[in-house]
Each structure stands twice: as C-alpha cells, then as structure tokens.
Design a protein around this ligand. Structure first.
Ligand code: GLC
Length: 395
C-alpha cells in the first residue's frame, strides 16, 4: 500500500501537530494510504501517534537548526552559521530516510521541513502544508528560500484563505500551486468532558464563571490582553476565574520563559488567586473545555487558522475571538462566536461581561458553534479533501 510520509519539524504539540494527528489518524482509518510520520525532535507527539496506531520515526534535527527561527535568528556567529552547513547535511539524512521508507507522497509540516524536504529533492511528490503566515517582507530570508525551493513542491496547502492569499503575494512562485484546506475536527472528540473533576483538580469553585484561553504560550497569542481583560471582568465579577491552558512548547529561539512572565503579570494585576496555569495538557483537554463557561482567543497578530476556535465550538463552549486572519473564516459573529479587535483588552472585557450576563447568548453561541464545526470543519469531510489531493498527485 502506498504510504504518505508526514514530516514534522517538532515532536512538541501545538495546533499544527494536532492538525497533523488528525490528518494521519484519518488516513489510517480510511485505509487507502498508510500514514507514517518522521519527526525532527522528541516530544509528546510520538506517544500520541503511537496511540493513534501511526508509525513514527525520529530523525533529530541538530540543536542549532532546531532552535533557529525566521523571527529570531540565533545570536552569535557560530550559532548563526551552524544552520547553513547543518541544513544540507540533515537534508542528506532525510533523503536516505525517505529512500528507505519509500513513501508515495511527502506531506511536510512547518517551514523548516518544507525547505529541508525540498533540499533533499527526494523523488516522491512533496506537499507543503502551510500553517503560518509568511513574513510580511517578500525579500526576507525565509521568503526568498521558499521562493527558491517552491518549484520542488507539487502543491502547497494553506490552513486558511488568508494564509493562502499572503503566500500568493509574498512567495509568487507558489501562486499556481496553492489551495486551502482548513483544519478538521471530530465534532465528538471533545464532547463529554468532566467539568466537576477538572474544577476540583484546579481548585475552581463549582459555581464560578470560568474564562479560559488555550494556546501555546507564545507572545503573539495575547495572554497579556487576556489578563488585562480578566482584571476588568474580575472587578465586576469577583467570583470569576481565569484559566490559562498551554505551555511554552516550542524551543525555538524567541520562545521560552513566558509562563513565569505571565505569572508575575497576573500577580501584578491582583489576579494571583483568580488565575490558574495548567501548563500543557496531554490528556484532559476535553475536561478543561468542559470546565470553561467561555473560551477566549486573543492573538495580537492575525491567527493563521485558529484550531482552538473549532475545539471550543466542538466542546460546546461559547467563544470570543480576535477578529483577524483565519478567525474571520471560522466565526460568524453573534451566531457561532463573538469577535473583538485584536489587542483591545477593553473590547474583550466588554464581550466577556456581556456573555457573563446573558446566558441565552451563551446558549445561542454554543448551538451555533456546534453547527459550524459539523457543517464546515468536520474531520471526515476535511480528510476527504486531503485524500482527493493525495490521489490527484502523480506518483
Ligand atoms: C499553527 C497556526 C494556528 C493553526 C494551526 C493548525 O499552529 O498558528 O493558527 O490553527 O497551525 O493549522
């Protein structure tokens, strides 16, 4: 049976990896292709793949290459130049790994893997799965690399129309190869979480309103805005509690130490007793959503897609999201969620208070959100789009 080899930069689990899990496990269930995953670093993704019955192979990226990022080039000459010679060496190892596994298709996740797979120039057709916006400047180093290697990609799939449009403009060599496939979500995967058990475990009063944000602890995810809004809500509703789910999962340069900064910030805002940090939750995400009365998305940069939105909708939690990027393609305001301007803590607080005071609005958004996931983002329909693409490409 032909296999699809997914190439994942990181074994840590953020939205892009959850999306990969959903694609790969859907493929395993369908049975027409065999999914396999090659992962560039250790992390919880390996155990989740094993649980889903998907074979995984670890091909560790050298540290400097793993840590370098398009946002924050490493400092120091040695660290800056290391990726330049490490990349072709890794690409050669990748070529050998691909030759041994003989997949029919390559599906890469993450900028580094797009480039390394293209450099490896392995024979099977390569699909770039674009989860993030390209940098704004078409002349930036990463965009020029993408432009250079774009001819080696058979197709490029963006997770939202906004991301596809940005690539068409900033990496023109991709223009004819782009299409959009949003993330899929099993509408039942996060249903039936244990609200009471989670609240007890995290000492959240059974009768308090809980507002939660689920995201990696990257600066652009807007946890500061969330905390600022939390202070305003807390003034009006002293019983309210606030949940921060997620961690500093990626160890690329520019990530890190966020958790302690946010803990200090919460304390400075007088919210030490009202805010809970759960860290990364391997299991129990359904319980965390069930424990929340409102889910918040607060990214200060346009969100490429926004997997947390469809998770909240599937879990039956009313959502307030920042109106930019992929969120505009997910949320229908007043029907499947509320939208507020990115970075505007006052508007976010007003939306949260409105939801706190209007249970009928919460109920309407819950119903609208569930319907939205079923109609537009159901995992089976999205995975069918991936299958069509895999079948379309010549092997
Ligand atoms: C990346 C994006 C996020 C998206 C996820 C899945 O993590 O930042 O917006 O939801 O990929 O495509």
């Amino acid at each position: 049976m032909t296999s699809v080899l997914y190439l994942a930069t990181s074994g840590q689990v953020g939205g892009a990896e959850r999306c990969l899990l959903s694609c790969a496990s859907g493929l395993a269930r369908d049975g027409r292709f065999r999914p396999e995953v090659l992962v560039g670093s250790r992390g919880p993704l390996l155990a989740l793949l094993a649980e889903a019955g998907v074979a995984a192979h670890l091909l560790p990226l050298p540290a400097a290459l793993r840590r370098t990022s398009r946002f924050h080039p490493l400092s120091g000459l040695a660290a800056r130049t290391a990726p330049v010679w490490q990349a072709p060496l890794y690409a050669r190892r990748l070529r050998r790994a691909v030759a041994a596994l003989q997949p029919g298709l390559l599906h890469s996740n993450g900028l580094k893997m797009h480039l390394l797979a293209a450099m490896a120039a392995a024979p099977p057709p390569l699909i770039w799965h674009l989860h993030d916006f390209p940098l704004p400047d078409p002349g930036s180093f990463s965009n020029r690399l993408l432009q250079h290697f774009a001819p080696r990609a058979a197709a490029a799939v963006a997770n939202s129309r906004a991301v596809a449009a940005a690539y068409a403009e900033r990496v023109p060599a991709l223009a004819g190869k782009l299409r959009t496939i949003p993330n899929g979500m099993d509408p039942d995967a996060l249903a039936g979480g244990d609200r009471a058990a989670f609240r007890q475990r995290w000492q959240l009063p059974a009768d308090a309103l809980v507002f939660g944000i689920t995201a990696i602890l990257a600066p652009w995810k807007g946890h500061d805005v969330f905390l600022e809004a939390a202070r305003a809500v807390h003034r009006e509703l002293p019983q309210a509690h606030f949940l921060i789910v997620g961690d500093d999962v990626y160890d690329t340069h520019g990530h890190g130490r966020r958790r302690s900064q946010l803990e200090v910030r919460a304390r400075d805002l007088g919210l030490a007793d009202a805010v809970r940090f759960t860290g990364y939750l391997q299991d129990g995400l359904a319980d965390a959503y069930a424990a929340c009365d409102v889910a918040v998305h607060a990214s200060t940069l346009p969100e490429p897609f926004g997997r947390t939105a469809i998770e909240a909708m599937a879990a039956g939690v009313p959502l307030v999201a920042a109106a930019a990027g992929g969120m505009l393609e997910i949320v229908e305001p007043e029907h499947s969620g509320l939208l507020t301007p990115p970075g505007d803590a006052g508007a976010l607080a007003a939306a949260l208070l409105r939801l706190a005071r209007e249970p009928e609005l919460r109920a309407r958004l819950i119903a609208g959100g569930r319907q939205r996931v079923r109609e537009r983002f159901s995992e089976s329909a999205i995975n069918a789009q991936w299958l069509d693409l895999y079948q379309e490409l010549p092997r």
